[in-house]
Design a protein around this ligand. Structure first.
Ligand code: UDP
Length: 193
């Protein structure tokens, strides 16, 4: 994907449709990849933290989550015309998953929250195949990984806050081999209202 670079951090130029098309391709190719939402706060953290910068840049897709990134692009004569927020992308991926039959796993947030979010998503995106749900306060990561492997998802949302969720995803990507993983912060709490 074509990217612009802000203070060392890559951001994709593509709009929502482009991101969704790329996701379809990633699932088709079964290429383990992750998506990260970029905002100025994360860029500021990455300036001081080389490891975090490398982690963000190792994502297949970096979306321009913050309006600050769009403004910076405009000032630089770049091509990022609109935000692709994490919550919007998550909902669009759910819609696409319902259409294409992707297997979706919800990980993260306090016990019960992801279950309630799943109920709302099932209501909103009829036919969505949510194959597994686990909260983000697990004690035994190895047991959790076995559970996720069993469910064999195409898409995994991880709502554990940043950078914990990105670290979880990258630490376990080789083992889980899930095509699309995405850190979604407090999105389940937002969906539950
Ligand atoms: N969370 C979790 N496990 C933890 C710590 C936090 O699952 O060990 C969840 C928390 O319940 C909340 C989300 O992670 O649902 C964090 O949301 P926050 O808004 O802080 O994340 P941000 O969007 O700011 O990165």
């Amino acid at each position: 994907m074509e990217k612009e670079n802000y203070l060392g951090v890559d951001v994709c130029k593509t709009d929502m449709e482009g991101v969704l098309d790329e996701i379809d391709e990633i699932v088709r190719e079964r290429r383990p990849s992750f998506i990260v939402a970029i905002n100025p706060e994360k860029i500021m953290k990455a300036i001081k933290d080389e490891k975090l910068k490398n982690l963000l840049n190792s994502a297949a897709i970096q979306i321009a989550d913050g309006v600050g990134v769009v403004i910076a692009s405009k000032l630089k004569g770049g091509k990022i015309k609109s935000r692709v927020t994490g919550i919007d992308l998550m909902q669009n991926i759910c819609k696409r998953s319902a259409e294409k039959g992707y297997r979706v796993f919800l990980l993260g947030a306090k016990p019960g929250v992801a279950e309630r979010a799943a109920e709302i998503l099932r209501e909103r995106y009829k036919g969505i195949n949510i194959v597994g749900i686990r909260d983000g306060y697990f004690k035994d990561e190895n047991e959790l990984l076995g559970y996720i492997e069993d469910k064999n998802p195409d898409v995994m949302f991880v709502a554990m806050g940043s950078p914990a969720q990105e670290l979880f995803i990258t630490r376990n990507m080789d083992r889980l081999k899930i095509p699309v993983s995405m850190g979604v912060g407090g999105s389940y709490d937002v969906i539950c209202g």
